[in-house]
Design a protein around this ligand. Structure first.
Ligand code: SF4
Length: 308
């Protein structure tokens, strides 16, 4: 999350801008519509979060802080207190978006029905991981939580929405496969993946195979190659479809009678081809308030880990 994204949500924390890299959300954007990708990753147009996305951001922030506590302190009362702190740190406009009942307590109660956080051993929370594919394509993602324990290295991904239908499963698994690939590239280990769907108290656990990740890496390499071809001239074309219903940039889209802003050029002029090693974990160090990393909202209200 760079300066530009933090500013979108009125937060006061600033981070230096980073060159674009593929994240799960941006890769999914490009696959859905190249112009949508451009608006988010290159123009970095501001977006107002939906209530569902904002609720997901709050819940993620609470769980991040909860798991930074000593195990014995990770109780429902502590989570409710942290929720109060996180909600109080929202700016008034965002807080108003969530209404009288922000719906956070219910999601947290369902979280406690899914696991007992006192038994969790996590190595890191909100861990930024960067890697590059064999062809130099840069990848970047944030892991909600990285657990160690009897099941081996496990990437835990919180979803504020329900478990996906068969039709939408591919989109959800796209994100966690991306995290598995990041871990495989940086640590040489294919992790277990665990999705916690808070809306319907469902958990899903899977472990991709090395072959699956190889195929997935080829898909991502093709996406990055297409982005780098379009980057010099800004030839990111609209791809109208059902997803336009939820697109926040319809009024700027030529497929809907709008006019995009002038192409600002690729950040730094040269599509990124280098990457830095995984960010070291900092156990026990919660991120500063106010609410961190915003999330992209899927129509179902699920949230997807993001990196511009
Ligand atoms: S409105 Fe549709 S075609 Fe236009 S940018 Fe958004 S997703 Fe793409």
């Amino acid at each position: 999350m760079g300066t530009e994204t933090v500013a979108e949500y009125g937060a006061e924390v600033e981070a230096p801008p980073r060159p674009p890299a593929l994240s799960p959300s941006r890769a999914a954007d490009f696959r859905r519509c190249a112009l949508l990708y451009r608006f988010r990753a290159v123009d970095r147009l501001p977006e107002t979060p939906s209530p569902g996305a904002l609720r997901g951001t709050v819940v993620h922030a609470v769980l991040e802080r909860l798991h930074a506590l000593e195990p014995a302190a990770r109780e429902p009362g502590a989570a409710r207190a942290l929720a109060g702190e996180v909600l109080d740190a929202l700016d008034p406009g965002e807080r108003a978006l969530l209404g009288e009942d922000p719906g956070v307590d219910g999601l947290l109660a369902r979280y406690f029905a899914l696991e007992d956080p006192r038994t969790v051993t996590s190595e890191a929370r909100e861990l930024r991981v960067e890697a590059e594919l064999a062809d130099g394509s840069p990848l970047r993602g944030y892991l909600d939580r990285l657990d160690t324990g009897p099941g081996g290295l496990t990437v835990v991904d919180y979803k504020s929405g329900p478990a996906p239908s068969v039709h939408a499963e591919g989109r959800t698994l796209f994100g966690v496969r991306f995290y598995a690939l990041l871990l495989a590239r940086t640590r040489g280990v294919v992790p277990r993946l665990r999705l916690l769907h808070l809306a319907d108290t469902t958990s899903l656990t899977l472990r991709p195979t090395a072959d699956e990740l190889d195929r997935f890496a080829r898909v991502l390499a093709a996406v990055w190659a297409a982005i780098t071809r379009a980057a010099p001239t800004g030839d990111f074309r609209p791809n109208p479809g059902p997803g336009c219903t939820w697109c926040p940039f319809r009024d700027r889209c030529p497929a809907h009678g709008g006019t995009p802003p002038p192409y600002p050029g690729w950040p730094g002029d040269t599509p990124a081809t280098s990457a830095t090693p995984a960010t070291p974990a900092t156990p026990g160090t919660p991120a500063p308030l106010p609410v961190p990393r915003p999330r992209s909202a899927e129509p179902s209200g699920q949230t997807v880990g993001d990196a511009p």
